[in-house]
Design a protein around this ligand. Sequence first.
Ligand code: PLP
Ligand code: COI
Length: 340
Amino acid sequence: MDQKRQIDWEKLGFDYIKTDFRFISVWKNGSWDAGKLVEDNTLTISEGSTALHYGQQCFEGLKAYSTKNGDIQLFRPDENAKRMQKSCDRLMMPRVPEELFILACKQVVRANRAFVPPYGTGATLYLRPFVIGIGDNLGVKPAPAYIFCVFCSPVGPYFKGGMKPVEFCVSDYDRAAPNGTGNAKVGGNYSASLLPHNEAVQRGFADCIYLDPATHTKIEEVGAANFFGITESNCFVTPKSNSILGSITKYSLMHVAREYLQMKIEEREIPIDQLDEFVEAGACGTAAVITPIRSIEHNGKSYVFCKENDPGPVTKKLYQTLTGIQFGDVEAPEGWIVRV
Ligand code: PLP
Ligand code: COI
């Protein structure tokens, strides 16, 4: 058994904890170098770096899970690698090869084994891969060099209380434009969400939900998670939109709903004034896992989806099955689990 760090695993929130090693690879003159693990958690970059001025950067989020028998495993890292390639394409950054991405994740987890939360604590090791444009530059153009880095931090629930239902309001702001970067995991989407999030919190909500930027009539997503609703006829419904992030958790839940729980699934537009069709609702993502939504407030009306401290039965089953797969207690579909 590895010597674990003295951390109160059950009390972890979603905060930065400095771990021992991170992986860094540099792109210059057309290729990525082999990369290496380093101890320094600071980066020294040119003041002209495009990441600093023009937001030429993207990131990913995935987790390492401890199983009952002490193994450590990643959940669908190939999907994160592919999504990061799409984000890189969108911002004219060089793609990180899938093999380099997965190698970096595995090396970071192995080197920081002491920080991987033990099975049964509910906590996980969150991995944060990112690519930034670096090097001397002034005009609006792609950077001459790039850093790909993966660091990690042990985490608990993103929304306080984990499976405790949260209350959301609908935002008047947009996080992304109709044909903008909403479907890429780039920093600008998140800085655009800071003010709306803060205003929602000031009003007593856990976060806000965005509507489609073109018509403001359809549900898009939360600032850091996708949305799903469950209808009375046991159908898992989730928004289809060009301006939301393709959530790996959401697509995994669609598979779980259909193949494990024999539910119907629909990925389609969800008009905000038809939220009454749902008997349960939730936010889903790597950090959020499944966070049950107690209510959504829109134009003075509150749509309620469960009791105060009691998520609906389908949300609970989805949560148990998904986390069962991630922690190795439920058999996973082929290729979803990668041992570290
Ligand atoms: N939507 C946004 C805006 C996110 O930041 C995230 C988190 O990654 C998600 C959805 C959920 O995506 P995933 O399930 O791949 O973590
Ligand atoms: C994730 O779920 O991985 C996210 O990126 C959400 C948030 C912490 C930005």
